[in-house]
Design a protein around this ligand. Structure first.
Ligand SMILES: [Zn+2]
Length: 115
């Protein structure tokens, strides 16, 4: 599954909004703060990312907080267990899949979203 890498700075308000959005969606991401991390600054320069927040998802980069683009590039969605609400990453484009909840062991079927 594709990981989200998010480049941020300490003072950027949109980075905060983006983090809240990713957390609320249950998307897993790795934050690299260019204000405190020189490696992150070098990576941003190498990838020609000229602003924050910027995102690397698979081979694609996004500069600026664009929810639709982020969700379109991900190869999974996050779905909640109907019994206990525990969230799980579900791949896209797999038709109907059977999921076993890691928390309560409930099994349920789910129609996955198209890619
Ligand atoms: Zn559950």
């Amino acid at each position: 599954m594709k990981e989200i890498i998010m480049y941020t700075t300490s003072t950027c308000p949109h980075c905060k909004t983006a983090k809240e959005y990713l957390n609320s969606k249950g998307f897993h991401y790795i934050e690299k703060n260019a204000s405190v991390d020189p490696v992150a600054r070098n990576e941003m320069a190498a990838k020609k990312l000229m602003g924050v927040p910027s995102f690397v998802i698979g081979d694609e980069t996004i500069v600026g907080f664009d929810r639709q683009k982020i969700e379109a590039l991900l190869d999974y969605t996050v779905e909640a267990c109907p019994k206990c609400g525990q969230r799980a990453r579900v791949p896209k484009g797999k038709g109907t899949v059977r999921i076993t909840c890691k928390q309560c062991q409930n099994t349920f079927t789910l129609k996955t979203k198209t890619m």
